[in-house]
Design a protein around this ligand. Structure first.
Ligand code: ATP
Length: 403
């Protein structure tokens, strides 16, 4: 909405009213550290910030320190090394990859300060108080779309200015006892992992690289074998088959937030479920993961902050059926309503691919003493593995633990 008037006094009155309202917003930021990714999407992030966002921050009297990144992980390293006393928050101007970079920095910094062992998958993480604002300027902007409902720099700037706050679920991805990444939106193995791997080789194609790689990956119709085990989220976390969409103020997320604040966690003793099979895709969605490509997202009823992840397993099926499943992501039909698609709302999951690297095969050969290990080794030989797509970044190890 744009207000306009030729009456000077009225203009002044509006400005005064807006300034007064902002003044009374106790939690609104006054000082921000802004990171701009100059290579995001079609390399317009600097212009988007300069022409659409900076004038609004100036009007709202927010002081900013702006850093245009020089290399990947520049922002993460900066956050890890900076004193944040003078900032009320950090802002990323870029896409999901850039948001993920800032998030890695903020979470790692908070845990290190709190003395939490990052590499321990069982460690309870300390709550992050530093806020991250997103100005969408990337190719997909799924986190921004899922949280604000649009991908619009001005809308996001206004949310930041008035101090809006939306908690977000994040999962930690470990391999054995090593932290690989934190993920806030999509963790995709198989189809989405392969698309990203292929698209990274053709970054020069900008946003259309995903379409081209999507078609190539679809035509390959590659199946991946493995074993997946997961612990279901119980309690009032909703179901992945609900027909509602989570928005700011969602009652389920508010209730879960209250319980987590009081350290009430009902699921610590829930049983593990296990299944194995041939999968076209294994997707973990922390949020709905919607974007301009798919307004429903991967998991339409996925919550923003219910402490759970929707695990979507796409089993072996014909190319035609897989196409039907994919096509429904861009329509309003239910893409989860197929016999070859299973979906669970989980607290954590583990994946073991039935394939091994040459180093692992050599190690297993040495250790091949028990009957169990011998069987696993036999099954693994010659099988292919994919990579994980974690918020648009590749994770190479296929065997992971997600919490
Ligand atoms: N100066 C830089 N040079 C090269 N890479 C950078 C630079 N700054 C940040 N990056 C990296 O670029 C990657 C992609 O950035 P970003 O997510 O902003 O854009 P995108 O990939 O076009 O959008 P999306 O992730 O929404 O599809 C991020 O992983 C980030 O770490």
């Amino acid at each position: 909405v744009t207000f306009s008037t030729s009456v000077r006094a009225l203009h002044h009155q509006w400005m005064q009213t807006i300034e007064d309202q902002l003044h009374y917003k106790a939690v609104r930021p006054h000082s921000l550290l802004v990171f701009i990714n100059p290579v995001a999407a079609i390399q317009q992030a600097v212009d988007i910030y300069q022409f659409k966002v900076a004038p609004l921050f100036k009007l709202a009297k927010i002081t900013t320190v702006v850093i245009v990144t020089d290399y990947a992980n520049h922002a993460r390293d900066y956050i890890l090394a900076t004193d944040f006393h003078k900032y009320d928050g950090v802002v990323c101007v870029g896409g999901d990859g850039m948001f993920s970079e800032l998030m890695q920095g903020v979470i790692r910094r908070t845990q290190t300060k709190a003395g939490v062992d990052l590499n321990n998958p069982k460690a309870r993480l300390a709550k992050c108080h530093l806020r991250i604002g997103i100005i969408p300027a990337g190719s997909t902007n799924s986190v921004c779309y899922s949280t604000t409902g649009v991908s619009d720099p001005v809308t996001s700037a206004l949310h930041i200015i008035v101090g809006d706050c939306q908690p977000l679920d994040v999962c930690s991805v470990h391999q054995r006892n090593t932290l690989l990444k934190y993920s806030a939106s999509l963790l995709g193995y198989g189809f989405f992992g392969d698309i990203l791997k292929d698209a990274e080789r053709a970054r020069w194609l900008r946003a259309s690289r995903y379409d081209l790689s999507g078609i190539k990956t679809f035509l390959k119709h590659q199946l991946y074998e493995g074993n997946i085990s997961f612990r279901l989220a119980t309690g009032r976390v909703g179901s992945p088959r609900d027909k509602c969409r989570c928005l700011t103020g969602c009652t389920i997320c508010s209730e879960i937030g209250r319980r987590l604040n009081q350290n009430e966690n009902e699921d610590d003793n829930a049983n593990w479920n296990e299944l194995e099979g041939k999968f076209l895709a294994i997707n973990g969605a922390c949020i709905s993961c919607c974007s301009f490509r798919s307004s429903q997202g991967l998991s339409p009823s996925g919550h923003l902050a219910n402490g759970a992840l929707d695990l979507i397993l796409v089993h072996k099926c014909s190319k035609f059926n897989f196409l039907r499943h994919l096509f429904r992501h861009v329509t309003n039909n239910d893409q989860l309503d197929f016999p070859f698609v299973e979906v669970y709302r989980v607290r954590e999951f583990k994946f073991l691919p039935y394939v091994m690297s040459s180093r692992e095969i050599a190690l297993k050969k040495q250790k091949r003493k028990s009957h169990f290990r011998r069987n696993i080794w036999r099954r693994n030989v010659g099988r292919k593995s994919s990579s994980w797509n974690s918020d648009g970044e590749l994770i190479m190890p296929a065997a992971i633990e997600v919490k």
